[in-house]
Write a protein that binds this ligand. Structure first.
Ligand code: URA
Length: 422
């Protein structure tokens, strides 16, 4: 395999053959293709795209670069979100679906930049451990049904190495590469069914509906072709989800949902995704709201947390400082910029700039009204939580234009924009 010939094929708008894709990915993973050559190929893909067969080959090559977990014997259904600000849905959703007897293997990541990572959020619970062995993960799936843990290094290692390179070469923004990256991990994880939450809007990878639709279709096709029952919901991320962005603050909000309360958009999305997952798992007649009301989802949450060493009764980390930003006008909240809120939480210390950085569990942003709500001048608009005082000023500046208060505002519509199935 000549990497330069592979690069030239894509640079000139050609199609890569199955063998070229398989060989270039295997060689890059083994260290036999230089990062500058792979970067060049990735940029050619960003600019010239890949067809359906090429995306399927790219995905299969990344799955084959590592192991495929064997979860046979369990009725597994997983969910993946393309990421958004305040997106804590995995936290209430995983125990909720597991409380109906399905097994939910949530292999998650740590956050980078303004979108938080599910593992960072859960690690704010004293004692909770993300790093499980495959045997521990299987045991918890059998006993509790719900597990959220770090993906092991041998799952799609090619994607891990490629994603790190894409992150520093401006080559993340490609629908074929994003679809292959997400689906290689989910196929390798061994889930039987998968529900995708594809976010659209300022706080998401996909800024418009058309691109989100294309990404959803590409992933549904990849999953279905690999034997995974895959569907997608398109959901709105033009304003941040719920009322909090950060780590401990998002756990606290998730506990409200599990207790049968919580912000209406978080509840709506949790229930919509739960319905899809239950349907994919053969339980299409079940109303998931029931186990939020009767406490069974909360019982499964406790079992999930204690099963991974966490103390579900311990207080969550409290911030050393808080700072309130008040509204400067009477009116209704007409807009709340998801990206600005996510970046403010990150600037306060909730997220990391480089892989391996530590995060502050207590740092985050709470907004006291949602889009469409009434607010009066002087009322609290944001509360900023943080440990390190030197971080405050930049976060306050980032939020300066994040909220638009006007005489009238759209009433908050549904977060659900569409559904994509095979
Ligand atoms: N998330 C992934 O796992 N991969 C991408 O390429 C983008 C988002």
């Amino acid at each position: 395999m000549d990497p330069i010939a592979v690069i030239a094929t894509k640079r000139d708008g050609g199609e890569l053959s199955t063998d070229q894709i398989r060989e270039v990915i295997a060689a890059y993973t083994a260290g036999d293709v230089a990062p500058e050559q792979m970067s060049s190929l990735l940029m050619a893909i960003v600019l010239n795209g890949m067809g359906r067969r090429e995306i399927a080959d790219w995905t299969a090559a990344m799955v084959d670069s590592g192991v495929r977990l064997d979860l046979s014997g369990l009725r597994t259904v997983d969910k993946h979100s393309t990421g958004g600000v305040g997106d804590k849905i995995t936290l209430p959703l995983t125990p909720l679906v597991a409380s109906y007897g399905l097994a939910v293997p949530q292999l998650s990541g740590r956050g980078l930049g303004h979108t938080g990572g599910t593992l960072d959020k859960l690690e704010s619970i004293p004692g909770w451990r993300a790093d499980l062995t495959v045997d521990e993960m299987r045991a918890q799936l059998r006993e509790v049904g719900a597990v959220v843990c770090a993906a092991t290094a041998d799952l799609a290692p090619a994607d891990r190495k490629l994603y790190a390179l894409r992150d520093v070469t401006g080559t993340v923004a490609s629908i074929p590469l994003i679809a292959a990256s997400i689906m290689s991990k989910k196929i390798a994880e061994g889930t039987g069914a998968l529900v995708l939450d594809v976010k659209v809007g300022s706080g998401a990878f996909m800024k418009n509906r058309d691109d989100a639709d294309k990404l959803a279709r590409a992933m549904v096709e990849l999953g279905s072709d690999a034997g995974v029952d895959t569907r997608a919901l398109l959901t709105d991320m033009s304003s941040p989800l719920g009322r909090t962005a950060g780590n401990a603050v998002e756990v606290a909000e998730s506990l409200e949902v599990l207790a049968g309360a919580g912000p209406s958009d978080v509840v709506e999305l949790t229930l919509a995704l739960a319905r899809e997952m239950l349907d994919a798992g053969g339980l299409g007649d079940v109303d998931p709201a029931e186990n939020l009301r009767n406490g069974r989802a909360m019982d499964t949450w406790r079992a999930m947390i204690t099963g991974q060493g966490g103390d579900s009764d311990a207080p969550l980390p409290a911030p050393r400082h808080t700072h309130v930003i008040a509204a400067e006008a009477d009116g209704r909240l007409a807009e709340l910029d998801a990206l600005a809120v996510g970046e403010a939480a990150w600037l306060l210390g909730a997220g990391r700039s480089r892989p391996g950085d530590s995060v502050s569990y207590a740092a985050g942003v709470t907004w006291h009204v949602g889009v469409g709500d009434e607010i009066r001048s002087g009322d609290p608009l944001f509360t900023l939580s943080f440990d390190d005082e030197s971080r405050l000023d930049r976060a306050v500046s980032r939020l300066a234009d994040a909220a638009v208060i006007a005489d009238s505002a759209p009433s908050p519509g549904s977060r659900l924009l569409g559904r994509v199935t095979r």
